[in-house]
Design a protein around this ligand. Structure first.
Ligand code: ADP
Ligand code: MG
Length: 219
């Protein structure tokens, strides 16, 4: 079974992320209020709203162009440190998609890995530093491992979701090395990192996109 996502699925993905953010407004805002300056939810929402508002324009692009355009929209739309990091990550991912017309799990892995490297080289943070990286890195590692082990897609996707979720959870006991939480006396210890939580949402929603697509095909 090889499930693939196309351009239309990506546009649907942005809608789903926006919807999830709408539901989690108070929770995510509270997290950034505790460890940062309280704007992370508003930043992410503004960014993804820009993507959904631009769907007509994005439809005209191929997958790589779409990703590049999204990177530019996110860079200007999100603001804050996460805007630059997400913008750069999407623009890097667009290069993986040159000459690719559909995204399978192997391509999705390459995208996640490229995004991770882009975020780490731009922001200087590493796994364990209490950032969005702590959700992205374990998800990418899990995806690579289970693809190599040739596990069934459904199992891979469920494991990737739980790796992202657990990664975000693990930030609770970490002390920040980068980002605004560094300025807190406790370096954010005892609180979840908001960026890791919203990164986990995105990875979970993308995994669900693959799962739903596979179920639709089987019907
Ligand atoms: P700002 O910190 O400028 O207010 P946001 O509130 O939108 O921006 O984003 C905060 C999130 O960004 C943090 O929770 C963290 O996950 C992530 N972050 C901050 N700095 C870095 C970095 N250097 N590398 C990776 N992620 C980072
Ligand atoms: Mg903030």
């Amino acid at each position: 079974m090889r499930t693939v996502l196309g351009k239309e699925d990506y546009l649907e993905y942005y809608n789903r992320v926006l919807e999830k953010l709408e539901h989690e407004k108070d929770f995510v805002t509270g997290l950034d209020a505790a460890t940062g300056d309280g704007d992370h939810w508003a930043n992410m929402y503004a960014g993804f709203k820009k993507l959904t508002d631009s769907s007509e324009e994005l439809k005209k692009e191929d997958l790589s162009g779409l990703m590049k355009r999204c990177g530019m929209l996110l860079m200007s739309g999100i603001g804050g440190s996460s805007g630059v990091l997400y913008g750069g990550a999407y623009i890097s991912a667009s290069k993986v998609l040159a000459d690719v017309s559909e995204i399978d799990l192997e391509t999705y892995y390459k995208m996640l890995e490229t995004m991770l490297q882009s975020i780490m080289s731009r922001g200087g943070a590493k796994p364990g530093h209490k950032t969005m990286i702590d959700a992205l890195d374990p998800a990418a590692r899990t995806l690579r491992k289970l693809l190599d082990e040739k596990k069934p897609e459904q199992e891979i996707l469920e494991e990737v979701k739980s790796a992202a979720r657990q990664g975000a959870e693990s930030t609770k006991t970490m002390q920040a090395v980068f980002g605004r939480a560094v300025y807190q006396a406790d370096k954010g210890e005892g609180h979840l990192d908001p960026g890791a939580v919203t990164m986990a949402y995105q990875i979970e929603i993308m995994a669900d996109m693959f799962i739903d697509k596979a179920n639709k095909i089987q019907k």
